[in-house]
Ligand binder design. Sequence first.
Ligand SMILES: NC(=O)c1ccc[n+]([C@@H]2O[C@H](COP(=O)([O-])OP(=O)(O)OC[C@H]3O[C@@H](n4cnc5c(N)ncnc54)[C@H](O)[C@@H]3O)[C@@H](O)[C@H]2O)c1
Length: 413
Amino acid sequence: MRSDIQHAGQVNTAETTMLRIAMLGTGFIGRFYTQALHGKRAQDRVQIVFGRDARRAETFARQHGIPHSTTSIEQAVRAEDVDAVVIGLPNHMHEAAVNVAAAAGKAVLCTKPLGRNTDEALRMLKAVEEAGVFHAYLEDLVYTPKTLKSLQSVRDGAVGDVLWVRSRETHPGPHSDWFWNKEMSGGGAIIDMGCHCIEIARSFIGKDVRPVEVFCWADTHVHPIEAEDHAVGMVKYANGAIGQFEVSWAFRGGMDLRDEIAGTEGTIWLNHWLRTGIEMFTAGGQSGYVSEKAESENGWLFPVGDELTALGYVDMFADVLSAMEESRKPREDFYDGYVVNAIIDAAYRSVDSKRWETVRLPLWRGREDVDRVGALREYDANHLLIKEEKMPDGTTKVILRHKESGKIIQQTQ
Ligand SMILES: NC(=O)c1ccc[n+]([C@@H]2O[C@H](COP(=O)([O-])OP(=O)(O)OC[C@H]3O[C@@H](n4cnc5c(N)ncnc54)[C@H](O)[C@@H]3O)[C@@H](O)[C@H]2O)c1
């Protein structure tokens, strides 16, 4: 077991050894996180788990081979043999848990959304930075194998300049009471799922490019709640790129996770959940769990081979815990969570005002000097190329714009 823990949650060692974790929360995400951490021959271990109900916490500990359980967040965080704290608690509890971890000098890994709003997220960022502890924002969906591959392709220039990223997360609604309570969750489908979509788009467009404005529509179509169960928003970036998010707690048919990246030189379409490569029909033989938020256990089903990996949890913890060992920043930290919260706040303001709303970022660490995306293509000394197309009769048609007069002409070759 690791004993060379340095101050401020940072581990100074060249070799990879076991990291010991306090898991706060025994719910839906606590289970996924613990399974990902303990999966296969993984070396890191959850050492203690916090749950508000003692019996449930004990059962969770027994099921996952965790040595200790507690009903005290303080006790879980302050345990001597804990290197890092993972927060898998309802949104309204994130800030208090972060403060306990920061005060104890422990590394802290917080699930999404970081805060219920920008102010909360900024306070959390300041708390961990002032305490000097390692921090990570657990945004699993930027770590799915398909997303990692696509991000690399985009970075290598496969799609040219990224112009538009469309990210969609829809399902019939979340699984616990507190999500539906606007005060506890901070909102509805936008804060719950828009946070994923926004960070996916930021990752493709460039996290150093400032999000400038948001336009968002939202409504409550189906569920008797104060918050929105449906929304579509557009986030405009300083380089002219657009991130579009589509979220719903009213979608029927399971969980729909899709992303599209459109660039000047190419396109990527990702389907993470409803068309994963396994399509199975059962007239009634199948029973039990199929995949997250599947609505049916028979008929046509779309099971997922390895849910933990497909949702990014495995690669996320590999990056975050390695970053902690190597004293480097993980792909996502609290600063990213704060930027996402600022975009979401602008989206909520836009829903009310029905106008584009500025993204208010009291702290911005990215670039200001970005070039506009998109490329003008020169055709000849006098013309710019608008479009070139091979026609059904075998000819090639070019559509050109005269540089000075602006006149648009076509030529067939
Ligand atoms: N893909 C993802 O990254 C993902 C997926 C699901 C949930 N989440 C996030 O994880 C967090 C928890 O969500 P969940 O789905 O696990 O919720 P959940 O309701 O399944 O579990 C919440 C846990 O917190 C405890 N809890 C609830 N209310 C409490 C209270 N008032 N006091 C003390 N403990 C309390 C519960 O006992 C339970 O252990 C949320 O922030 C949510 O947004 C992230």
